[in-house]
Design a protein around this ligand. Structure first.
Ligand SMILES: [Zn+2]
Length: 294
């Protein structure tokens, strides 16, 4: 129980089929998938970091709601995306006091926020890169669908109930990266003191880990009502540091990323399946969040 964790990194390859988790938007009746241009000019398919962070936040909210006594602020109680900016208790307070008040909320603390009055920001303790398809291992299709209206063909003013629309599906092996910074849980980064006591920091640490477990167990996103991803494989590494050193993260876009990470870090745990990843995450709960200057 005494091992303290400064940072945790996850680098993985996730093989997913026929999903449409994240899209550029809809033009007319065509939904466009997300495209990212890589350093070498190749185009690939992507799922934004915003989407992945949102999935983690949504699960954290669900898990926090399940607790008998959660510490969600008035804004996060209804999963308002404004987070601390919608918390009336911050109004009229100094920056330090407003930040302390905002840190009382476990979702605001872990996922960060921007407040307009007083002007205040907190960087999230969990970070996600875009999930990027390996450029030689992805496929896209645009499918034509029809909303079928049996019987009556037109409504008043000639509007057809039968509608044609185009939606993408994508399949690929996606490079995933994420970093979690337990040392920052409950830390007021204006005056560098911990606002939150150790048992509560530990509870929030476990909550963030459980949210990772939920998000890997079920990757939610756009269009999952009809395009639930067929997830085949997940493999990669979990890296951790127990002193004030950042975890090395080499993108799983690179073929030998695991070997390279292993050369840099002593604390690398490989996983080759979802169950192994979930177990590795569970084992983390036997450790505690690192505390600066402890
Ligand atoms: Zn909040």
């Amino acid at each position: 129980m005494n091992e303290q964790i400064y940072e945790i990194g996850i680098a993985a390859r996730i093989k997913m089929n026929a999903h449409s988790l994240n899209n550029e938007g809809t033009t007319g009746n065509v939904t466009e998938p997300r495209t990212v241009v890589l350093a070498d000019g190749r185009k690939t398919d992507g799922i934004s970091g915003e989407m992945l962070k949102h999935i983690h936040a949504a699960y954290l909210f669900h898990l926090a709601k399940e607790e008998k006594e959660n510490s969600l602020c008035e804004s996060c109680k209804s999963f308002n995306p404004m987070k601390a900016d919608g918390n009336s208790k911050l109004k009229g307070k100094s920056v330090v006091d407003a930040l302390n008040e905002a840190l009382s909320c476990e979702l605001c603390d872990i996922h960060g926020f921007l407040v307009q009055e007083p002007t205040l920001s907190r960087k999230s303790t969990v970070e996600f890169g875009w999930a990027l398809a390996l450029p030689e291992q992805f496929h896209r299709d645009i499918h034509v669908h029809t909303r079928v209206a049996p019987g009556e063909k037109t409504r008043e003013k000639g509007v057809s109930e039968q509608m044609i629309y185009n939606r993408p599906t994508r399949s690929g092996v996606y490079a995933f990266i994420s970093v979690f910074q337990p040392w920052r849980i409950g830390l007021n980064e204006v005056n560098y003191t911990y606002k939150i006591n150790d048992p509560i920091r530990k509870k929030r640490y476990d909550l963030a880990i459980d949210s990772y477990k939920s998000m890997f167990t079920r990757i939610e996103g756009a269009m999952t009502t009809t395009r639930m991803p067929h997830i085949e494989d997940i493999e990669g590494v979990m890296i951790k540091t127990d002193d004030a050193q950042p975890v090395p993260l080499i993108s799983p876009l690179k073929e030998d990323y695991i070997k390279e990470i292993e050369k840099i870090s002593q604390s690398v745990q490989k996983f080759t399946s979802l169950s192994e990843l979930l177990k590795a995450l569970d084992n983390l709960k036997q450790t505690s969040p690192y505390k600066l200057g402890a």
